[in-house]
Design a binder for this molecule. Structure first.
Ligand code: IPE
Ligand code: IPE
Ligand code: MG
Length: 263
């Protein structure tokens, strides 16, 4: 399919949450994962299979991101973490990196009003160094504007790497030890957790990775240590709320034991 045959205009405004209540699955409320993480993978392969360039795949992912957010709101998910750009993604070609930076900045700018309307609180997880100043500026504007929204927190993981996050937390704890605020032999899991990028956000319950790859690629290793994993075959631009709901349906039937034993 040629690029100009793909109708992005009809895709670009996903149905708002609750505009078609008859479609929303009836999950038992107390079983819905509180925090879902999505590794949005397969944009490049989606584009390649259509004879398009990789960046067209990223563009095709934009409406899917917002359809997924709408579906998460409908399902009653309270926190949604979206892996948008990893600390390893700087290894891509300068052209692709430039595209992804500019595109992330533009999406946040273009969609902040829609997210605000939907009650989304915008958050960011990631490292500042290297990340484009303009991306940080858009994130900060969006975070300020949506600070008091309570429907769902959407965490854009941009320039995010799990090992970087844990190393940054360890460095922060080390500074407190140096300053005599805590003693080095008293460092606990809780102290590390309190120095992650967003310590108020609860652990991840469910991680979904699209595109059939079965790895987590440095996504939330601390927060998702006990998450249920769902690896789905669809490439991210072919996803949307139905794929999210199917994974939630798998999740509600899982038995989470956290090392214990169920009665
Ligand atoms: C995911 O799609 C988007 C980002 C990592 C930014 P990819 O670009 O990784 O697509 P594939 O995996 O090459 O198909
Ligand atoms: C993970 O996808 C990162 C994001 C989705 C942002 P990658 O495509 O970068 O992961 P690998 O390289 O296949 O592990
Ligand atoms: Mg990939």
């Amino acid at each position: 399919m040629a690029f100009d045959k793909v109708d992005y205009t009809s895709l670009s405004v996903p149905a708002a949450p609750f505009s078609d209540p008859s479609r929303i699955p009836d999950f038992p409320r107390d079983r819905v994962p509180r925090h879902v993480g999505v590794i949005m993978d397969g944009n490049g392969r989606w584009a390649k299979s259509r004879g398009l360039v990789r960046t067209d795949g990223h563009q095709a992912a934009e409406p899917v991101v917002f359809d997924t957010i709408a579906g998460a709101i409908e399902a009653g998910v309270r926190y949604l973490s979206l892996y948008t750009f990893s600390t390893e993604n700087w290894r891509r070609s300068p052209q692709e990196v430039r595209f992804l930076m500019g595109f992330s900045r533009d999406i946040i700018h273009r969609r902040v009003a829609q997210m605000d309307d939907w009650g989304v609180r915008v958050r960011w997880s990631g490292r500042r160094p290297r990340l484009w100043r303009s991306v940080i500026d858009e994130l900060e504007t969006a975070m300020d504007r949506t600070r008091s929204n309570t429907v769902i927190d959407v965490v854009f993981c941009i320039n995010y790497g799990g090992r970087a996050e844990i190393a940054d937390a360890a460095a922060a704890v080390a500074r407190e030890v140096r300053d005599g605020r805590i003693s080095g032999d008293r460092v606990t899991e809780r102290m590390i957790a309190e120095h992650l990028y967003n310590p108020d956000i609860p652990d991840v319950d469910l991680v979904i990775r699209t595109s059939g790859e079965q790895r987590t690629s440095n996504f939330l290793p601390w927060e998702a240590a006990y998450a249920e994993l769902d690896f789905v075959p669809e490439l991210f631009p072919d996803c949307g709320r139905d794929v999210l709901w199917r994974s939630i349906d798998h999740y509600v039937h899982r038995d989470r034991r956290f090392g214990g034993v169920t009665a």
